[in-house]
Design a binder for this molecule. Sequence first.
Ligand SMILES: Cc1cc2nc3c(=O)[nH]c(=O)nc-3n(C[C@H](O)[C@H](O)[C@H](O)COP(=O)(O)OP(=O)(O)OC[C@H]3O[C@@H](n4cnc5c(N)ncnc54)[C@H](O)[C@@H]3O)c2cc1C
Length: 550
Amino acid sequence: MNVDEFYGQMSNSYGKNHFEVDKPFQMILRHFTGAVPDLVSLGSFAGKELYELADYVDKTARPRLVNWSINGERVDGVWLDPSERIALEKLFKDFGVNKPPYRGGTWFDHYAAIYLISDPGIACILTVTNQTAYALYKYGDEEQNRLVGGMIGEEEQVKYGATWFTELQGGSDLGANLVEAHQEEGVWRIVGDTKYFASDAGLADYAIVTARPKGAPAGAKGLGLFLVPRYDTRGRRNFDVRRLKDKSATASVPTGEVEFHGSEAKPVGDLQSGIYYTMENLMVSRLANSFGALGVARKAFLEAYYYTQKRRAFGRLLVEQPLVQRDLLDMEVYVEGSLALALKAVDQFENSWKETPPYTNAYHYARLLTHITKNTTAEMSAYTTKMAMELLGGLGFLNEYPIERLHREALITPIWEGPSNIQALDMLEVISKKGAHLMLLEDMKSLEAGLIEGREVAALAVKKIEDALALLSSSEDAAAQFYAKDVLNTLGHGVATIMLLEVGRGLGSHRFVSVAQLYARHFLEGKPYPAESLEIARKLFAIDEPAQDT
Ligand SMILES: Cc1cc2nc3c(=O)[nH]c(=O)nc-3n(C[C@H](O)[C@H](O)[C@H](O)COP(=O)(O)OP(=O)(O)OC[C@H]3O[C@@H](n4cnc5c(N)ncnc54)[C@H](O)[C@@H]3O)c2cc1C
């Protein structure tokens, strides 16, 4: 048995081109970008080598912390399986997945790649490196600017970045950060042992780290952002990696605990603006999280979809059973709505990523859409991967096959980059302090006005959004917080509905109007799908069939 045959028996979607089979993705992307980027070879890599690799690393070859060299020196490095290291270099250099807009790429290309890769561990390595490059490009000095090339695949040697904000006493509450920075003979030094969830620890060449300069005020506004290299100016190891976390998923990224004992550092930009730079950085990773969540959901859908075409029960294929058709429809509608929403957020980010404090409304609107998208895609991913597991029956629960891993991977997406409660609180802030909801409403109403088909569905979505927002404006602080997650969910479903309609309008495709109608009915109104949905279900979830735009 050759290798392909072997893994093909573990997976129903292995060996397929995950870009080519995904017609809805191609079409939604085309609506936003005008022309679909050439992702065929990445789709093939993602559906084969990378897919197998993600499973292999998860089950057999997790990164290992190596504290000591053969010469007895403390090194605190991480061993990655050679296949993972090679795959990462390929992604950086051959596929150029981290190429940012300031170097000829686009955010659309980058996030589309994260979607296809759909391994949150690998995506995390790419993302934290991308975030480091982004911070240095935007706010770094000349010397820091020169480091960017290695992190975006422009140089022979790939350089890895990291973003270490979370501490033992709190990740959501960054204002509680205890790690400190002080100057000694003109050199900044970092002290503290609480960077408690540090992805890329042991792998990163450079980390951007939040730390409070001595004498700076308490709370988030007192935090500065520092660049901490792996080796200091005398070539010595610059910090300790205490241990790697033993995680449920995201195996391919090493996540460790880091201690600083007077580590050399250099401020990034203005020390008083650290928290603003950190929030900007989180926008990059929250969008990446959204596409990682979407990609995992899509891979789980593919596993289930192909399985239902092979498995018989009660004398018929599963895919022919009405309840299975309903499940596949449900997953597909949820994925497509979330995709349209997430690409809308990227579109707004494309319009505003260059901004620096003080920001305009365009940036605040991008932030609001990012909170909404991060929450909706993560919920969708947890649901879709669970449903896909269920459709594989008992097989879905076995460690041997990729489907249970996909569900474990999905479950990180509502937690890191700020759990859903934190997205809800951040949404409240950008609404109450910046009025970002006004831009959202204006935009959604103007999209509604431009529609020819499905205007009544868009009107319903706008009304739901308005009603949800009214819940906030008529509430005291505590009540606003109490309702915030319900509001965040409704905004997600409302914007997803309108964006599906807008995709339908832009592409002249009735298909997306049908998906929008189903999305609104089920996710926005919480009602069962109408009876006639059974007729069209098969057309909608058969995502690999060419007639997707009829
Ligand atoms: C695998 C992995 C890798 C990670 N990598 C990194 C990394 O590289 N860099 C980094 O900086 N961090 C990293 N993190 C940390 C991650 O971002 C945090 O775990 C996350 O932001 C939540 O913080 P916490 O764990 O401290 O939870 P807490 O902040 O303690 O939150 C616990 C719960 O309380 C809720 N909560 C907190 N405050 C409120 C409130 N005011 N109102 C309502 N609910 C509230 C939260 O929503 C959450 O559900 C990683 C985490 C994991 C699991």
